[in-house]
Design a binder for this molecule. Structure first.
Ligand SMILES: [Fe+2]
Length: 231
């Protein structure tokens, strides 16, 4: 079973989105204020089913203010509860109750105008840049996808050089079906440009691949992931 990607959203109520196991499975989240996970709280979330494109979401409540929250997420096979995915871990910060300076990053406009993930160029550099600046939080200002903007495998630049995009069936055409729209969002999660450093702080988007197997962005079928990443 694979557990590929997760996104951590708004505070103070944290949304831990963890998508794409490769079968119907239940989302289980542990969180703690230290990376030892001593006294971790365990939250049993909803099942990730085919109808939700094998994505699931759980809201963590009652988190302490002004803390690093470490989390560990697994999927539990609905057919065999003894079968668990590899865990995916990360961390985020909760807002402080007292006044202090905060730093935040903002960006947007992902994979527009035919410019997709070019691994030779460094993939989606904005996530690696944000990770290095160690912000308290991230604001995605929109245009997460361009459903009407296909991404071709190659674009010829003015100087004749070739820009090479990672692409998928869903990103190769204008999205028309639910599967293709979902494939547009999943495309962004294929970016593997910034693998995690252990214990690195995460911004609001955390991505990691726990195993070499993952679902393709467009079809949901098993395929081989290029590399793991997290930010
Ligand atoms: Fe835009």
């Amino acid at each position: 079973m694979t557990a590929r990607e997760l996104d951590v959203g708004d505070t103070p109520t944290q949304h831990a989105d963890h998508d794409t196991p490769d079968r119907a499975a239940r989302l289980v989240v542990e969180w703690a204020t230290s990376d030892s996970f001593r006294d971790a709280a365990r939250v049993v979330g909803p099942a990730a089913l085919d109808a939700s494109d094998f994505t699931a979401r759980v809201d963590l409540t009652g988190l302490p203010a002004g803390q690093q929250i470490f989390y560990r997420i697994v999927f539990q096979d609905l057919a065999n509860p003894k079968v668990l995915s590899e865990p995916v871990t990360g961390r985020f910060r909760t807002p402080p109750t007292s006044r202090r300076a905060v730093t935040f990053a903002f960006s947007g406009d992902e994979s527009g105008q035919g410019w997709g993930i070019n691994t030779a160029w460094g993939g989606m550099k904005m996530y690696e840049v944000m990770r290095r600046t160690n912000p308290d939080f991230f604001i995605h200002s929109g245009d997460q996808i361009y459903a009407d903007g296909p991404i071709k495998p190659e674009v010829t630049l003015e100087d004749g050089a070739i820009w090479r995009n990672v692409t998928t069936p869903s990103k190769s055409k204008v999205a028309e079906t639910l599967e293709e729209f979902r494939g547009n969002f999943a495309y962004n999660l294929l970016d593997r440009s910034s693998p995690p450093s252990p214990g690195a702080p995460c911004s609001s988007t955390t991505r990691s691949a726990s195993t070499p197997s993952t679902r393709s962005a467009s079809t949901g079928r098993s395929s081989t992931a290029p590399r793991s990443r997290s930010s």
